[in-house]
Design a protein around this ligand. Structure first.
Ligand code: ADE
Length: 231
C-alpha cells in the first residue's frame, strides 16, 4: 500500500520508522512518503495560513499551497483523507475499508482548519473522506493521521505476522477484548482464572466470550446489539 502524508511538520512522522509499521516499510509492504506542505508555497516566508474571512480567532490554511501539493501527490485512484474533528468517526470498520485501498493520501491541517474550497474541490474530483479520531480536539491532523496509519497499516496482509491475532481483537468482533494472562500463575496473591489452566478449549472459549460480553456491557454498552444488551 502506498501512503502519502502532506504536513507542515514532517518530523511528526519520524516514528513510522520504528516497530511493526517500520518493519513493514522495510519489507516493502507499506510505501510511506512524507511531504512538507511548505514546499508548495511561493512566497519568501513560505506562508501556509491567513486570517479567517468573517473574522474570529485563529488562522485558516490557505488554499493555494494545498492545491499545488495535492495536485502533485494525489493519484487518480488514491483516497484523500482529511483528519478533522468535523469528520465521520474513525472505527475499525473504516480502518478495514481503507486497508483494502492501494493508495491513501493524508492531508494534515493545522490551526482552525483548511479553507473549505480545498475540501469541496477534491471531494468533487475524486474520493475524499473527512475523518475524526474522536470527540475531542487535537492541535492538528498529524497525531490523528498517525493513529489511522497504524490501525490501517496493521490490517494490510503480511504486516502482522499471525493474521489470527487480528481476528480476536477488540472491535473486530463488535465486542471489547477479554482479559489476558501469562505466567506466573500467581502474582502478588492474584491467581489466573482456573479455567485458563484447565486445558479445556471449549470452556476457555466460553469463558472468554462471557468476559467480552460482560466487559462490553459494563464499559461500552453502546456497542452491544439490543438483544445482547437486554439478555
Ligand atoms: N484534528 C483536530 N482534532 C482532530 C480529531 N479529533 N480527529 C481528527 N483530526 C483532528
Amino acid at each position: 500500500m502506498r501512503i502519502d502524508i502532506v504536513t507542515i511538520f514532517p518530523a511528526f512522522f519520524d516514528v513510522l520508522d520504528v516497530s511493526l509499521i517500520g518493519r513493514a516499510r522495510g519489507r516493502g509492504l507499506l510505501d510511506v512518503r512524507v511531504h512538507d506542505l511548505r514546499d508548495w508555497t511561493s512566497d519568501r516566508h513560505r506562508t501556509v495560513d491567513d486570517t479567517p474571512y468573517g473574522g474570529g480567532a485563529g488562522m485558516v490554511m490557505k488554499p493555494e499551497p494545498w492545491g499545488e501539493a495535492l495536485d502533485a501527490v494525489l493519484g487518480d485512484d488514491a483516497v484523500l483523507i482529511v483528519p478533522s474533528p468535523a469528520g465521520e468517526l474513525f472505527t475499525q470498520r473504516v480502518a478495514r475499508e481503507l486497508s483494502a485501498e492501494g493508495a491513501l493520501v493524508f492531508a494534515c491541517g493545522r490551526y482552525e482548519g483548511i479553507d473549505q474550497r480545498v475540501i469541496d474541490h477534491y471531494a468533487q474530483r475524486g474520493r475524499l473522506r473527512l475523518v475524526s479520531l474522536g470527540d475531542y480536539v487535537l492541535n492538528g491532523g498529524e497525531v490523528a493521521a498517525m493513529a489511522m496509519i497504524e490501525a490501517v497499516g496493521r490490517l494490510v496482509p503480511g504486516v502482522v505476522g499471525n493474521p489470527e491475532s487480528l481476528v480476536e481483537e477488540s472491535h473486530e468482533l463488535g465486542l471489547l477484548e477479554y482479559p489476558v494472562y501469562t505466567k506466573p500463575a500467581v502474582w502478588r496473591g492474584r491467581e489466573v482464572p482456573p479455567v485458563l489452566l484447565s486445558g479445556d478449549h471449549g470452556a476457555v472459549d466460553a469463558w472468554r466470550r462471557a468476559q467480552s460480553v460482560e466487559r462490553t456491557r459494563r464499559v461500552r454498552p453502546d456497542l452491544l446489539p439490543d438483544e445482547a444488551a437486554s439478555a
